[in-house]
Design a protein around this ligand. Structure first.
Ligand code: NAD
Ligand code: TYD
Length: 364
């Protein structure tokens, strides 16, 4: 048996592939176009593993995808491939429309051509699992209940709008053509192999490099954090037992304000890798201009997946963040390698300062 994973060289996709092959002998065909966020170094432990077949290519390449499907006859597809960074979507929404919306449409059409003539029971057993985000639900007021699967879809950023559009296409391909789909909406992930443009890895990497720790606006925006390996186990569980044509919210009931996250990382680093001048890492915090249209709060109600599928996260935020900080301390080579030219250009665009900028401490 074989599964096709798309976007499997990115942050969550590579963790998924590694975890999948640690638990199963089922071959993974991994299709990834290796954008700036795709990194084959994440999968270097699988270099000689015949159960992992990496293919560099775009989900929108119908000829390539058709050929892969016919050759490998996967029983399931897990679609991680997407542009994923909100700030980048604000600077350049076109890539998000192309990869997340048009790309998903083209992938769905390629999959439909492969799936339609499959004989029973391969046809009914087939699954297309689409990995989406809680950001499609928009922003919550402070006291509003967490997002359930029935919450209105109210995306606010070009990123979340593009993900919502792709979710709608996936839903329509089920209702119109009968494609056996599953969609998951997960909260913010963190953990190993997280590209240091997102809050948690950026703060760890900048802190260690003596750079500023940029907090947007007042830092009181709330995100609901889940350790990436818990997201991966939830996806595997939904693939195994999820009800076709439905959606599952995935989260770990870990709402935290951004400033608290940054302070938490600083105090872990104070213990694990104290600054040479003996000062606290919090001195590096700098409040910077807020993100346009910044969503104030996300929170996931994970009762459906817990009750229907018996899934629960293995990590608390405290254990997950400690593992994550330790991983970055132990994998400085990985960090150095991803901080290539493309990454440095992005830092310049977003923060308007050279990547090698020194810390300019601002009281937190
Ligand atoms: P990422 O940016 O780290 O990785 C995305 C991967 O997809 C990269 O390897 C990239 O090369 C690949 N890719 C992009 N467009 C492609 C295309 N057209 N064809 C083939 N490959 C392509 O993203 P991530 O954080 O790992 O997120 C993976 C998925 O999970 C995304 O769909 C994202 O919306 C969703 N998600 C992410 C989070 C999070 O906190 N990071 C939370 C919930 C859901
Ligand atoms: P991010 O990791 O980009 O994820 P998302 O926007 O998908 O939630 O950002 C997490 C939160 O941290 C978000 O509220 C924006 C904020 N943030 C900062 O305050 N400073 C930063 O430098 C970054 C990248 C994010």
């Amino acid at each position: 048996m074989t599964i096709l994973v798309t976007g499997g060289a990115g942050f969550i996709g590579s963790n998924f592939v590694l975890d999948w092959l640690a638990k199963s002998d089922e071959t993974v065909v991994n299709l990834d176009k290796l954008s700036y966020a795709g990194n084959l170094q994440n999968l270097s432990s699988l270099e000689k593993d015949s159960r992992h077949l990496f293919v560099k290519g775009d989900i929108g390449d119908a000829t390539l995808v058709a050929e892969l499907l016919v050759r490998h006859q996967p029983r399931a597809i897990v679609n991680f491939a997407a542009e994923s960074h909100v700030d980048r979507s604000i600077h350049g929404p076109g890539e998000f429309v192309q990869n997340n919306i048009v790309g998903t449409y083209q992938l769905l059409e390629s999959v439909r051509s492969y799936w339609s003539p499959l004989p029973a029971p391969a046809k009914s057993n087939f699954r297309f699992l689409h990995v989406s985000t809680d950001e499609v639900f928009g922003s919550l007021d402070k006291s509003a209940p967490a997002f359930t699967e029935r919450h209105a879809i109210e995306p606010n950023s070009p990123y979340s709008a593009s993900k919502a559009a792709s979710d709608h296409l996936v839903r329509a391909w089920h209702h119109t053509y009968g494609l056996p789909v599953l969609t998951t909406h997960c909260s913010n992930n963190y953990g190993p192999y997280h590209f240091p443009e997102k809050l948690i890895p950026l703060v760890i990497v900048n802190a260690l490099a003596g750079k500023t720790l940029p907090v947007y606006g007042d830092g009181q925006q709330i995100r609901d954090w889940l350790y990436v390996k818990d997201h991966c186990s939830a996806i595997a569980r939904v693939l195994e037992a999820g009800q076709v044509g439905t959606t599952y919210n995935i989260g770990g009931w870990n709402e935290k304000a951004n400033l608290d996250i940054v302070r938490n990382i600083c105090s872990l680093l104070d213990t694990l890798k104290p600054r040479s001048d003996g000062k606290p890492y919090q001195d590096q915090i700098a409040f910077v201009t807020d993100r346009p249209g910044h969503d104030r709060r996300y929170a996931i109600d994970a009762r459906k997946i817990e009750q229907e599928l018996g899934w629960k996260p293995a990590e608390s935020f405290e254990t997950g963040i400690a593992k994550t900080v330790q991983w970055y301390l132990s994998n400085q080579d990985w960090v150095a390698n991803v901080q290539s030219g493309a990454y440095r250009d992005w830092v310049q665009t977003q923060y308007g300062a050279p990547a090698a900028e020194e810390a300019s401490p601002v009281a937190a």
